[in-house]
Write a protein of this length. Structure first.
Ligand code: ADP
Length: 587
């Protein structure tokens, strides 16, 4: 019950603020639906009585006209309402998927790497779509319930006046039937919980198989069979859940059908007996049979509405849970200015959530405003993690990070994020125009100049639509597929274009050809200017462009100093790495 009220409150208020007309239309349609059966219920018996009694043709025509005309008008109004409701229903579906998408983008980053949070996103998405039918599906059941309640009250009154015994039988029948339907729906909800994980895997395989970016690896590593096998395995698992649901529900469905048959037989015999004994007239006989059928329909409808509401709301409740998902990071309120900052890691240790291994262990370092720091070390040494902590994508497990002497957890989160312009190893370009990929919605950015600065001049010059050309061909036949190196340059241009005092380049030249790499290095200080810069690279020659070098090893800063200082350390990690690379080039 708590879930139903919560879902209805959240969904209806969100939808009502956006499209209030939707609820007006649903209310009008409900009132029409309540009126419809009562037109026949009260007019038909009078027609029957007229036929077997006075047979006044004029009165018969009037009654028939009222019956047919009334029902036709109601039907027309009902269809018109449905037509408009359907338009809003599509809009609402899209509106809620945008709300979910927006919330996913606003989630604390670490939740996007968290299995539970990912499952919650999937449950919210599927829960709000076909499982619950969204706001339209849930409000259908809600208004359906109200409508059926009013109809049932009308039919009960008619039966109570003429056939109270039949009413008592209906009450017992309804109770038993509700039990069967309830059991079936409970099974349905259990099946949904089991299916959620299968669906997430489905999504993964489904997308990867058709995603052209995986095309090369799939072909050259013969990953096709592995992908198809995994897909088949998940299809089988999904089918097993559906079959289990169907098989478990079958006995309850059959019992319900049998009970309904028994009720109908009793009703006809009982009401016919009343008519034969002349306790009621022929008109009332037809009215009672109609009222009995109507009450069965209305109560069945109510039971269906309630159980559907329970089921649908328990699916849609995943949306409510997701929209209220607890934040992973505490957020401060302190303002922070955009200016070169002094950055200090003080005894920082870190293990990824739900793991024990310290990826960073007691790291302390101070970086002066505007300083350029090169971070080197073997794969897995903790370099990227160090950057993730600085950008507050995660918080340290122990110790603190200070920016201008203040613990970064105290700063306003959004303002703090504005301080950084990173290019991560796994940066992503969007299927938008080149201009949008570099400057997003900043209309004033000089995209051409930024592209020139990172050596994209010739690339842009070749494009017919210049910086308005779409990246990738997802939505645009004339889009370009930039090479790995070109993509990296676009990402660097994007970082340089962001008005942020700290630039972070994580392996920024890995995909660049030696000449492009040399160009970026040569211009590095001009490119980054007076901003602070963190530069993760395996090519140690790049370190010479930085003020200091921190050598990470196994989660520690093993060596720290200028290139000249580190080069001299006999048997030092940096000296050995530098020597190895230099030798390789010389040879
Ligand atoms: P580097 O950048 O020096 O190559 P990383 O900082 O990326 O190293 O990774 C350091 C260690 O942390 C690695 O052993 C890696 O497997 C682990 N790691 C990285 N990201 C995660 C994550 N999201 N969850 C758990 N472990 C992770």
């Amino acid at each position: 019950m708590r879930k139903i009220t919560e879902v209805i409150k959240v969904l209806f208020s969100t939808a009502g603020r956006k499209y209030p007309v939707f609820f007006v239309l649903k209310t009008v349609r409900m009132l029409i639906n309540i009126a419809m059966p009562f037109i026949a219920l009260f007019i038909s018996p009078r027609i029957v009585d007229e036929i077997v009694g006075a047979r006044d043709v004029g009165r018969l025509i009037t009654l028939a006209a009222l019956l047919i005309g009334g029902e036709a008008v109601c039907q027309l109004a009902n269809d018109l309402c449905t037509n408009y409701i359907n338009r809003y229903s599509n809009r609402l579906e899209r509106y809620f998927s945008v709300l979910i998408g927006r919330h996913v983008m606003e989630l604390d980053f670490q939740l996007t790497e968290d299995k539970e949070a990912l499952e919650q996103i999937e449950k919210a998405r599927t829960g709000m779509e076909w499982y619950s039918g969204g706001v339209d599906g849930i409000s259908d059941q809600f208004f359906g319930f109200l409508g059926n309640l009013f109809k049932a009250a009308g039919f009960v009154t008619v039966l109570a006046l003429h056939a109270p015994v039949l009413l008592a039988v209906m009450v017992v029948y309804t109770g038993l039937n509700a039990l069967f339907v309830y059991k079936c729906n409970k099974i349905g909800i259990e099946a949904f919980a089991k299916l959620s994980k299968v669906n997430r895997l489905f999504g993964y395989f489904g997308w990867n198989i058709v995603d052209p970016r995986y095309g090369k690896d799939i072909r050259l590593y013969e990953a096709r069979d592995m992908m198809l096998d995994s897909w088949k395995e998940n299809t089988d698992r999904s089918n097993t859940h559906w079959k289990w649901q169907g098989d478990t529900c079958l006995p309850f469905n059959l019992s319900s059908d049998f009970l309904s048959l028994a009720r109908s037989v009793f009703a006809y015999f009982y009401v016919a007996l009343l008519a034969i004994r002349k306790i009621i007239g022929v008109g009332t006989f037809t009215q009672l049979i109609a009222a009995e059928g109507g009450l069965d329909g209305a109560i069945g409808g109510m039971v269906h509405n309630v159980t559907e509401l329970i089921k649908r709301c328990s699916y849609a409740h995943e949306y409510v849970v997701f929209m209220d998902y607890p934040e992973a990071l505490a957020k401060g309120t302190k303002p922070i200015e955009k200016k070169p900052h002094e950055i200090e890691f003080r005894h920082v240790s870190f293990a990824y959530p739900k793991t024990d291994r310290k990826v960073l262990d007691d790291v302390s370092i101070r970086i002066a405003p505007g300083e350029h720091l090169s971070i080197v070390g073997l794969n897995g040494a903790g370099k990227t993690t160090f950057i993730k902590l600085l950008c507050r994508l995660y918080d340290p497990t122990e110790g603190e990070i200070l920016v201008d002497g203040t613990d970064i957890r105290e700063y306003d989160y959004a303002r703090y994020m504005e301080q950084f312009a990173p290019v991560f190893q796994d940066f992503k370009l969007f299927a938008f125009s080149l201009k949008e990929n570099i400057a997003f919605s900043d209309e004033d950015a000089d995209v051409t100049a930024l592209a020139d600065r990172v050596g994209l001049h010739d690339f842009v010059a070749k494009l017919e639509k210049g910086t308005d050309t779409s990246i990738f061909k997802f939505f645009d036949e004339e889009g370009v597929e930039p090479s790995g190196g070109e993509q990296q340059k676009i990402a660097i241009a994007r970082a340089l274009g962001k008005d942020a005092p700290v630039v972070i380049l994580d392996e920024p030249t890995a995909a660049l050809d030696p000449i492009a790499e040399y160009e970026i290095y040569k211009q590095f200080n001009t490119l980054v200017g007076g901003k602070s810069a963190f530069y993760i690279s395996h090519r140690l020659s790049s370190c010479q462009f930085c003020d200091r070098i921190a050598v990470f090893s196994d989660g520690h800063i093993a060596e720290y100093g200028t290139h000249a200082e580190l080069e001299k350390i006999d048997g030092g990690i940096y000296a050995r790495m530098f020597e190895a690379q230099a030798k390789y080039y010389k040879e």
